[in-house]
Design a protein around this ligand. Structure first.
Ligand code: G3P
Ligand code: CA
Length: 266
């Protein structure tokens, strides 16, 4: 319990929902179809992915600027075509992994939207990048193609665009005003100031370390009508912290474990 006692709990609207960060990436290689399928089978409420544009302007789910850490190839994602990336193995580097293809956002959207339960996809655009605003433009075109670019409300949206880039969030807000957006940050200066208001973000996304130092961020966001999404929440004490504060979404590499913990936290 952080502060406020039982009365504060009563005002909270339930426990956080669980977002699988890069899939069930504590168990399987991040950003692979297998990692996302495992997260879904473990009951994740949402999936998180990072996206980048290939040289032929396809959105792929890769965190790093280059492919070295998570594949058997070398080079920058932005300088490789989808066909070139498709020749690489993105799974075998991981101790529990087997051979896996690069995952396109198109394929992850298909998996998410076809799943038997409604699941939300949190799509993170990385900046600064070579293609700048073309990332959000391409992303929005894809979301519209899948019929999820203009939800009836943020609450009913199957897609959420998240970014550390205030410009990136603003581009989405301006072009797709009904889509929920989360301004990520690892300082209270960014998230507790006027930045989220200025870009029209519907949520803030502090790291768990930031939230531990500045727990009032959640209430300040709520007072402005914004939800809080916290990352990366892998420890029991951090799950408890987020539950106590009224965080709406917790992103974790261990969705099954965090779901179990959420049953036990009061
Ligand atoms: O979900 C937000 C979180 O993923 C941001 O950090 O570096 O893991 O993309 P990073
Ligand atoms: Ca991310």
């Amino acid at each position: 319990m952080i502060s406020g006692g039982a009365a504060e709990k009563v005002s909270r609207s339930g426990k956080p929902a669980v977002v699988a960060h890069r899939g069930a990436s504590g168990d399987l290689p991040e950003h692979t179809l297998a990692a996302y399928e495992l997260a879904l089978s473990q009951g994740a409420d949402g999936l998180e992915c990072d996206v980048r544009l290939t040289s032929d302007h396809q959105l792929v789910c890769i965190h790093d600027r280059t492919v070295e850490r998570t594949s058997d190839g070398v080079g920058a994602v932005s300088e490789m075509s989808l066909a070139q990336l498709s020749e690489l193995d993105f799974g075998s580097w991981h101790p529990a992994g087997t051979s896996a293809s690069v995952l396109t956002l198109r394929d992850l959207l298909t998996l998410t939207l076809d799943w038997k339960r409604p699941v939300r996809l949190f799509i993170e655009t990385k900046h600064p990048v070579r293609y700048g605003s073309l990332v959000e433009q391409t992303l929005l075109e894809l979301l519209h193609e899948f019929g999820v670019g203009s939800p009836p409300s943020a609450d009913h949206s199957r897609a959420v665009v998240i970014s550390f880039s205030s410009a990136g969030v603003w581009r989405v807000r301006r072009q797709a005003p009904m889509l929920p957006t989360i301004l990520l940050g690892d300082t209270a200066r960014v998230l507790g100031g006027s930045a989220a208001t200025a870009v029209g973000a519907t949520g803030i996304g502090p790291s768990v370390a930031t939230l531990r130092h500045y727990p009032d961020l959640v209430d300040r966001a709520a007072a402005a009508g914004r939800v809080t999404y916290c990352w990366t929440v892998d420890e029991l004490a951090d799950v408890q912290l987020c539950a106590d504060l009224g965080v709406r979404w917790v992103a974790t590499n261990h969705p099954a474990k965090v779901r179990d913990w959420l049953v036990t936290v009061d």
